[in-house]
Design a binder for this molecule. Structure first.
Ligand code: AMP
Ligand code: GLY
Length: 423
C-alpha cells in the first residue's frame, strides 16, 4: 500500500517511522517531509498551507491512503478535496475540523452537548469584552482570552486581571498580537489544576481511547517562560487511571463523536482533548483535531500493533473492533530546539552526532531539519525529538538524555526536566 503523509514535523516523522514497520506498507511519500523522514519516505516539495499545491502532489502520486498531519491543511479542507476525488484520507473534514479551527464553534458545541468545559462568552468587539467581563466577577482575578481561529499556539492569553484582558482583546482584534486581526474571540473562566492530553481515535461513530501523553509547553525548566509548541512529552499507562480513561472516553470523546454525527458533520481521525483536572472535575481546555506534536513521538514509540491498522480503522469505520497493543512501561521525547526559540532563531546550522547508530529503543525524530549537500542542518525552531522507550519512565528519560548527549549544534537548547513531575 502506498501512503502519502502531509506535513514535515516530528509528528509526521513518528507516523512515517511507525508505518515503515508495517508489512503492508510498500511506499511512503511525504509532502514536504524533512531530512529525517527521507530515511523512510520519498519527500516531495509542497506548501503545507496551500491546498492546491498539496492536491497537486496527491493527484500526481495517487496514494492508497493520505494521512493529513497538521491542522492547517485540515482546516483548508484537504480531506474533503481528497474524498471528492475518490481518494481515501485520514483526518476530519473541514466542517469537523472546526472543533480546532474555531474556538467559538468548539465552545458552543460543548455547551450544546453538555461536555464539561470552562464558562465562556464569545465577543466580537472590545465593547463586547467589557460588557462580558462584568459577568466574570472579581476585576482583579485572572481570565483567559482566546483568539477564535488557528494561531499556532499563540492565540491564548492568560490575563492576570480584567484590565489585562481588555489589552489582550485589543491586540487580538487589531492584529498587533497575532500579525492579523481576528473578528471573534472567546473569553473564558480561568481554571486551575494539572493538565493531561487525552487522545481518542474516532471513526465517525465510535471513539476509542489511545495512550495518554503529557506535554511540557513552556520553554523553561520548572515550566517557566513563554509557551512553545511543546518541549517534550512522556507517555505512561499511569498518567490516567483506567476509570478516568473510561470517563474521558464516554463523557468527552464519545459525546463529541455522537454530537458531530447528529449535526451532520461526522468526526473521523484523532480527537486530541486538552484536559484540566480541576477541583470540579475534568474539563476540556481545547480540542485539537489531529495528533499532538510532540505527543505523537512518545505515543508511536509505545505502539506495538501495526500502525496501518489504526489509521485504516478510522477511515473504514472499524475503530471499535481495533485491538491495539501497547509496549508496557513508558516512553519519553525530549525536544532539541534552536537557540532563541520560541522567538527569533538561526537556521541552516550543521547538526553533529546524527551519524551515530542509536540504540534500538531510541528514535531521533526530526522536526525542523533539512539536507544541505548531504549534511543535516537546522531548519526550524524545534529541531529534533529524541525519543526513547523503556520499562519505566526513569529509564526511558535516562536513555533519551544519554542519546541526546551525542547530538550538538550551535545554540541548541532543551529542557532537562521532562517528566519530572511524574517521577
Ligand atoms: P489552548 O491552546 O486552549 O490549549 O491553551 C493553551 C494553554 O493555555 C493550555 O494548555 C493551558 O495551560 C492554558 N489555558 C487554556 N485555557 C485555560 C483556562 N480556561 N484556564 C486556565 N488555563 C488555560
Ligand atoms: N503539543 C501540543 C500540540 O500539538 O498542539
Amino acid at each position: 500500500m502506498k501512503i502519502l503523509i502531509v506535513g514535515g514535523g516530528g509528528r509526521e516523522h513518528a507516523i512515517a517511522w511507525a508505518l515503515s514497520k508495517s508489512a503492508r506498507v510498500t511506499e511512503i511519500v511525504a509532502a514536504p517531509g524533512n531530512a529525517g523522514m527521507a530515511q523512510v519516505a520519498r519527500c516531495v516539495p509542497a506548501k503545507q498551507d496551500v491546498l492546491a499545491d498539496l492536491m497537486r502532489v496527491a493527484e500526481q502520486e495517487q496514494p492508497d491512503l493520505t494521512i493529513v498531519g497538521p491542522e492547517v491543511p485540515l482546516a483548508l479542507g484537504m480531506v474533503d478535496a481528497l474524498n471528492a476525488k475518490g481518494m481515501r484520507a485520514f483526518g476530519p473534514t473541514k466542517a469537523a475540523a472546526q472543533l480546532e479551527s474555531s474556538k467559538s464553534f468548539a465552545k458552543d458545541f460543548m455547551e450544546r452537548h453538555k461536555i464539561p468545559t470552562a464558562r465562556y462568552r464569545t465577543c466580537s468587539s472590545v465593547e463586547d469584552v467589557r460588557r462580558a467581563l462584568a459577568d466574570f466577577g472579581d476585576a482583579d482575578a485572572p481570565v483567559v482570552v482566546k483568539a477564535d481561529g488557528l494561531a499556532a499556539g499563540k492565540g491564548v492569553v492568560i490575563a492576570a486581571n480584567h484590565a489585562e484582558a481588555i489589552k489582550a482583546a485589543e491586540g487580538i482584534f487589531s492584529g498587533t498580537l497575532l500579525g492579523k486581526g481576528e473578528a471573534t474571540l472567546v473569553l473564558e473562566e480561568f481554571l486551575e489544576g494539572p493538565e493531561v492530553s487525552f487522545f481518542a481515535l474516532c471513526d465517525g461513530t465510535h471513539a476509542v481511547a489511545l495512550a495518554a501523553a503529557q506535554d511540557h509547553k513552556r520553554i523553561g525548566e520548572g515550566d517557566t517562560g513563554p509557551n512553545t509548541g511543546g518541549m517534550g512529552t512522556y507517555c505512561t499507562d499511569t498518567l490516567i487511571t483506567p476509570e478516568m480513561r473510561t470517563w474521558m472516553t464516554k463523557q468527552v470523546a464519545q459525546k463529541v463523536v455522537d454530537g458531530m454525527r447528529e449535526e451532520g458533520t461526522p468526526f473521523k481521525g484523532i480527537l486530541f482533548c486538552g484536559m484540566m483536572m480541576t477541583a470540579r472535575g475534568p474539563m476540556v481546555l481545547e480540542f485539537n483535531t489531529r495528533w499532538g506534536d510532540p505527543e505523537t513521538q512518545s505515543i508511536m514509540m509505545r505502539l506495538e500493533s501495526d500502525a496501518l491498522e489504526l489509521f485504516e480503522a478510522a477511515v473504514e469505520g472499524k475503530a471499535q473492533s481495533l485491538q491495539l497493543k501497547w509496549k508496557p512501561g513508558a516512553s519519553a521525547c525530549v525536544i532539541v530546539a534552536s537557540g532563541g526559540y520560541p522567538g527569533k532563531h538561526k537556521t541552516g546550522l550543521p547538526i553533529r552526532g546524527m551519524g551515530e547508530p542509536f540504540p534500538a529503543d531510541v528514535q531521533v525524530f526530526h522536526s525542523g531539519t533539512a539536507l544541505r549537500d548531504g549534511e543535516v542542518v537546522t531548519a526550524g525552531g524545534r529541531v529534533l525529538g529524541v525519543t526513547a522507550a523503556a520499562d519505566d519512565l526513569r529509564s526511558a528519560l535516562a536513555k533519551a538524555y544519554e542519546a541526546l548527549g551525542e547530538i550538538s549544534f550551535e545554540g541548541m537548547q532543551f529542557r532537562r526536566d521532562i517528566g519530572h513531575r511524574a517521577l
